[in-house]
Ligand binder design. Structure first.
Ligand code: HSE
Length: 436
């Protein structure tokens, strides 16, 4: 059978990885796919470099439109990134009847609904394994492997840059700014690392997983997005003393009132497997009602790990290209007519436990005032740590871990605690998940 023809848009790190892995493992991939997969065209602004990388094996152009308009191309791989030109090209490829593979989480989290609708109307596939957690086949697991389950929650370390930074802060006791510079020097963090450190990248990925897990449209605009820039080394230390580690988690959870969708630094018990995922590695914990907890671990970025996911999508599409569109795996796991409109809850309505750190005057009655405020807000204390004041100091740190409560109760209680004359400055609040 004649090879399926692929057009690659962007041959940077992941594009080059895809090209190389496809070439290296060509024989086995063909045996799996049932026919050859051939990168027939590459579009990249840096034509010289693209020619060098592809070594005369395919046509290289500098205009991606030439690829998406070429009638010989069956599948377009979009590795340009961002929402502008990438969106235009993906929609154009779909309109031209081409299947699309993309690693672009920002695009899918913000414009996925429009893209999937266009693809459905045209009867083409849009595959995006590489968009979430790089080489870990988490989309496949959620969409197919766990299809029997009512998914209850997902919690993932889905940004390697921030996990590297948090690991270094904990290991070396360094502050955020110092470690960020180190991460940039080592090439983990981008020159502009905003999307990583502010939690946006993780929120894009959590949004996609949430849609697949619960069968609802992608709704990035409703996600709570909080990064690690305000995290202090002292909280990492105190958390450790209490048996917890702080990770930037992407969390999505089914509750009786709606869906929680949030990214923020989170205390998790040190003994959990996922708490021990260090450096730039990713891991996703999924809880289904039938299977219980399942954990997926691997490299969330990098040329060949991401290429592994891109090529898995190419093989899937190659196998299903001639299948009736009605009988393919739905984009978001659930049939388009069976999508749910369950609301995503505002943060005030979410339920979790909390780590609270406050600096107080070391004098009688202070603790009683604080615990009275928490009791009045129906917040129950689970554990407490009080540090000896440093030599010559009259103030001390109090750290409290609460039982589960609603976020709005904690916010109201914190406002009252901060108003106490004996409390200095702001109360630090970090959410906690037992993940049991
Ligand atoms: N910037 C991402 C990370 C990799 O640090 O994990 C691509 O999603």
């Amino acid at each position: 059978m004649k090879s399926i023809k692929v057009g690659l848009l962007g041959i940077g790190t992941v594009g080059a990885g895809t090209f190389n892995v496809l070439k290296r493992n060509q024989e086995e991939i063909t045996r799996r796919a049932g026919r050859g997969i051939e990168i027939a065209m590459v579009a990249d602004l840096n034509v010289e470099r693209a020619k060098e990388l592809t070594n005369g094996t395919c046509v290289v152009v500098n205009d991606a439109n030439v690829v998406v308009n070429n009638p010989d191309i069956d599948i377009v791989i979009e590795l340009i990134g961002g929402y502008g030109i990438a969106k235009e090209l993906v929609l154009k490829a779909i309109a031209n009847g081409k299947h699309v593979v993309t690693a672009n989480k920002a695009l899918l989290a913000t414009h996925g609904n429009e893209i999937f609708k266009a693809a459905q109307e045209k009867g083409v596939m849009v595959a995006f394994e590489a968009a979430v957690a790089g080489g870990i086949p988490i989309i496949k697991a959620l969409r197919e492997g766990l299809t029997a389950n009512r998914i209850q929650w997902i919690a993932g370390i889905i940004n390697g840059t921030t996990n590297f930074i948090l690991s270094e802060m904990r290991d070396k006791g360094l502050d955020f700014d110092t470690v960020l510079k180190e991460a940039q020097r080592l090439g983990y963090a981008e020159a502009d690392p905003t999307f990583d450190i502010e939690g946006v990248d993780a929120a894009h990925k959590a949004t996609i997983m949430s849609a697949i897990a619960f069968g609802m449209p992608v709704q990035f605009d409703k996600a709570h997005v909080e990064g690690i820039t305000k995290l202090e080394a002292v909280d990492i230390r105190y958390a450790e003393q209490l048996g917890y580690r702080i990770k930037l988690l992407g969390i999505t959870k089914r509750t009786a009132k709606g869906i929680e969708l949030r990214v923020h630094p989170t205390l998790i018990p040190s003994k959990r497997l996922i708490a021990n995922v260090e450096g730039a590695m990713n891991a996703v914990l999924v809880h289904g009602d039938a299977v219980g907890a399942t954990l997926y671990y691997g490299k969330g970025a990098g040329a060949e790990p991401t290429a592994s996911a891109v090529i898995a999508d190419l093989v899937d599409i190659t196998r299903l290209a001639t299948a009736d569109p009605e009988h393919r795996v739905p984009y978001l796991a659930f049939q388009p007519h069976a999508m749910s409109d369950t609301p995503i809850l505002p943060m005030a309505e979410i339920t979790t436990s909390y780590y609270l750190r406050m600096q107080v005057a070391d004098q009688p009655g202070v603790l009683a005032d604080v615990t009275r405020i928490l009791a009045d807000a129906t917040i129950s204390i689970d554990a407490m740590l009080q540090k000896e004041p440093a030599e010559g100091e009259i103030q001390t740190d109090i750290i409290m871990l609460t039982h589960q409560t609603q976020e709005k109760n904690v916010i109201a209680a914190i406002a009252k605690i901060e108003a106490l004359a004996t409390v200095v400055g702001n109360v630090t609040k970090i959410r906690m998940e037992e993940l049991s």
